[in-house]
Design a protein around this ligand. Structure first.
Ligand code: C2G
Length: 131
């Protein structure tokens, strides 16, 4: 039987840390579905609008070879519904979220993958601003 992996993120200013987590998530199953955060959700999470719009971030993530399907994540709290609707066998997140989604372990397996060190959207924005 095929195994569906679901993961979430903003994926703003797409970088190699994003690519690695999606590649490692995809390797855990047969089909990778990615919930890309709405702009309003990113403002709530990070206190600023994303650099790239939702449409641009969806276009980038959906073009990746390892990604089978994308949808818009409107709310952090709707993970149970999203996981069930998209048939998740495994919910994968980077370990900056470790422990935060354990409550969904009754609908699917919950796995936290180690983050790629020393790269983040915020660091890239600050680096470019300093150039
Ligand atoms: N990531 C990573 N290594 C990095 C940076 C990010 O592995 N150096 C991972 C994060 O852990 C996350 C994914 O890449 O699993 C997307 O990161 P963000 O775009 O920062 O996602 P975030 O805004 O944390 O949104 O519902 C959960 C949220 O929507 C997650």
């Amino acid at each position: 039987m095929s195994r569906t992996i679901v993961t979430f993120g903003t994926f703003d200013v797409f970088h190699v840390g994003h690519l690695r987590v999606l590649e490692r998530a995809a390797a855990l199953g047969d089909r990778l579905v990615v919930g890309v955060s709405a702009d309003a959700l990113n403002i709530r999470k990070k206190g600023r609008a994303p650099v790239f719009s939702r449409g641009e971030r969806l276009a980038i993530v959906s073009a990746l070879r390892v990604v089978d399907e994308v949808f818009v994540e409107e709310s952090l709290e709707a993970k149970r519904d999203y996981s069930v609707t998209h048939g998740a066998d495994v919910l994968v997140m980077g370990d900056d979220w470790a422990g935060k989604f354990d409550e969904y372990a009754d609908v699917c397996e919950v796995v936290y993958l180690p983050r790629t060190p020393a790269i983040s959207t915020t660091a890239i924005i600050e680096h470019i601003a300093d150039m």
